[in-house]
Ligand binder design. Sequence first.
Ligand SMILES: NC(=O)c1ccc[n+]([C@@H]2O[C@H](COP(=O)([O-])OP(=O)(O)OC[C@H]3O[C@@H](n4cnc5c(N)ncnc54)[C@H](OP(=O)(O)O)[C@@H]3O)[C@@H](O)[C@H]2O)c1
Length: 247
Amino acid sequence: MAVKSALANRRILVIGGSSGIGLATAYAAAQQGARVAIAGRDAARLKAAADRIGENVETYRVDISKEGRAKQLFSRVGKLDHLILTAADGVFKPFLDTDRADFSGAIDSKLWGSYNTVRYGVPCLKRRGSVTLTSGCAAHKPLEGLSPFATANGAIEAMCKTLAFELAPIRINTISPGIIETPVFDGMPKADRTALFRSVGRAVSIGRVGRADELAEAYLYLMTNTYTTGVVLEVDGGAKLARKPLW
Ligand SMILES: NC(=O)c1ccc[n+]([C@@H]2O[C@H](COP(=O)([O-])OP(=O)(O)OC[C@H]3O[C@@H](n4cnc5c(N)ncnc54)[C@H](OP(=O)(O)O)[C@@H]3O)[C@@H](O)[C@H]2O)c1
């Protein structure tokens, strides 16, 4: 007899689901029988992603960094079982070259995005629902040019634990990805990207950068495991176990 997936018929919204880790997660959830909705800013990107994920995928246009837009989204979206945030924007720049606007990109999309998602999304969740936020390895391993992301990621991880305490029985968890090959690196010159992936691959225990589908499995775990809350799950190929200093 076939085993029924814990995600069958569950309604899931992935904000950031039109690319990379969010798209892979939405796809994996749909494969498990979930009813999937994805949100992002660009309509064409959302449509292309929805077509890739499968049939009956709902799409919502939102800039999650904007409080008013987040409120509007959650007033339209209806009841949800699980909510995932993977949206992020911002620049990679050495700190002394940044201005406040540069620094705000990551903070607005990731930290205020997390605030808006939890603040306005939790009332849409069923009682046993979950939220999974996304931080990132910049909070733990310094890399030049990532200070805005490091700041946003660290704050998200700190916030997650308090929210898990305060909002229980809703479960709130955070995934901290290592370096994962996704379209976020498409803007980099190819030679720089290859060099970055090689040096990270040499440094982490698993010996390579990660794939979006490997991250998707971690989001599926946090949605379905009913006894996990308040954790920051590092899915980074063993960056902290590396024998060499990381990058
Ligand atoms: N890839 C890595 O190596 C890595 C490492 C550490 C942490 N992370 C974290 O993992 C998460 C996913 O990264 P990824 O590599 O999958 O990125 P990605 O491929 O660039 O995807 C980002 C997604 O977020 C959406 N988005 C961006 N800003 C948004 C906003 N303000 N409102 C709504 N949607 C927005 C994008 O669509 P639109 O642009 O159309 O809105 C896109 O769907 C991010 O939090 C990132 O910081 C990634």
